[in-house]
Design a protein around this ligand. Sequence first.
Ligand SMILES: [Zn+2]
Length: 271
Amino acid sequence: MPGPELDPGVYELFAVKYATHGRTAAANFVDPPDPHEAMPIDYFVWAAVSDDRTFVIDMGFTKETADDRARTHLRCPTEALALIGVDAKTVKDVIVTHFHYDHIGNFDKFPAAKFHLQDREMAFATGRHMLDPAHGSSMNVDDVVGMVRHVYGNRVVFHDGDAELAPGIALHHIGGHTAGLQAVTVMTKRGVVVVASDACHLYANIETRNPFPVIFERDKVLEGYDTLERLAPTPAHIVPGHDPLVLNRYPAVSDDLDGIAIRLDVDPKAS
Ligand SMILES: [Zn+2]
């Protein structure tokens, strides 16, 4: 549902929630303030839509993966995207922030897409670090192999570091959580919004510099928080990848999508 009068290079920006997981704070921080505190996380995909282009950011996971990993699957991410007028079958550009199972599944449902990813993430996901379950267990090998097949099918666009994909849309290599993790900046009518994905899982991770405990390189995680703050005009322009508070802070796309789809291109209701 592109807006009728968007300037060139300005996007509407949406998040849709497709899954959730009940857990305690012990699973969300290196140094949890109260490890027993209930602290669920949500799972999102994002879409940036202008009058002439649509970029989907991440693809979520399938019901099968949810069952395997004991996550609560609420809806297929592509069904959630359809609710905001984004047809996965016709999307031409998908940004893959990193290869963890909750970001890279469902690629078969985007038959027209090219997948934008970092050289370093493909090397990471197919190399020696996957011998370590601390890193490999967050990947679904079939997803990784599927993306390798898309390399041979000429459906992958590799990036080495920061890149502008189009006016108003840019990738920023962050690393830290995985070797090739990238965040995305999107120009909207409220200015640049940073879709952090897992460069910042929860508001509290960045606000207290207390990282999420799935880490490849800790110094890069902390530098990444600085990078997100540098890229964003204000902290309220950073959108964490897994925080249920995001749904509370931004308005629903419509009344019937309350709790499912929100607008990130308008100011948050509270912070
Ligand atoms: Zn994630």
